[in-house]
Write a protein that binds this ligand. Sequence first.
Ligand code: SF4
Ligand code: SF4
Length: 337
Amino acid sequence: MQAGDIMRAWAMILKGQKPTLSIEITKECPLRCPGCYAYEDEHLGTGVNLRQLSDFKGDDLVRRILKLADEHRPLHLSLVGGDPLVRYREVETVLPQLLARGIHVQLVTSAFREMPAAWKTYNGFTLSVSVDGLQPEHDERRKPATYERILKNIANQRVTVHCTITGQMMKRPGYLEEFIQFWSKVDAVEKVWFSMFTPQRGDEMPEILTPDERAEAIRQIHDLRERYPKVAMPKRLVDHFASPPSSPSDCIFSQVTETISTDFQTSITPCQFGGDPDCSQCGCMASMALAAVGTYKVGGVIPAGALFRGSVRIGAMRRARSRGAEVLNEDPLRVIQ
Ligand code: SF4
Ligand code: SF4
């Protein structure tokens, strides 16, 4: 994130707006990944499962995406699912229109299908392809989006490979290095990002990293980012995996991101995971990236994180005032502490 982006994000937060928006544009997905949070009953927090929610297609979907983008005017928009490529024609139509509005767009996909070659030429666009480990494990977890299919479908693209590290991966020495060795050699891959599996509170699953495995994963990412230039993760970001936010209210990412589900009404809280995520074991790279931004000292004095959190409260008070609601009699400057 550049200094200009921080200032623009800050200005939006002070107005009670969220600078990043994520839209689950479809509930459909051809994959059945173990540990997928999107289809958990608790994901939406409404007692309704994502599979039961309405979703949209065709011109109606395009119109709704643009309307939401125009209402929120985010700096950054993620199109997620399900798998957004289930609606690839709509994505193909809406992408240039979003980019023309000056919004940075990220599409998060399994790359189960081919994509238009023109996407490679788009500025302000990130094509993020989820790859969950080396071929045998990935193919088992993410068929039909197998290695063979991904490699064929991304051949004419410029992609960021995003790997979510699991407990199973960390039980095999050298796993992450083998992974980065493979994907570093693929021309279409511009960057590689690592997240770690984030459980819901009370979960017991083989995907969850033990504290020792988490510490080892951090050590290995630090080492790999030094030796493999495609590992695009600043040191400060990687450091934050060791001390994730203590709660959603402590998480800058959750505070500045609005996530909307497929009916274009349901807001997913407290973050994209929905439900009751275990922040103490959060492995979300975006959360760590914003936590790292939060440690920068604005003017060499005030941590950006304190400014963001304080500004979120000021923005909320302003919105409440503009709606004519009763507002706490609080000095706004006191919250920037
Ligand atoms: S591709 Fe994503 S949405 Fe689809 S099953 Fe896998 S994790 Fe869930
Ligand atoms: S992104 Fe991570 S730290 Fe932030 S609210 Fe979600 S689980 Fe918690």
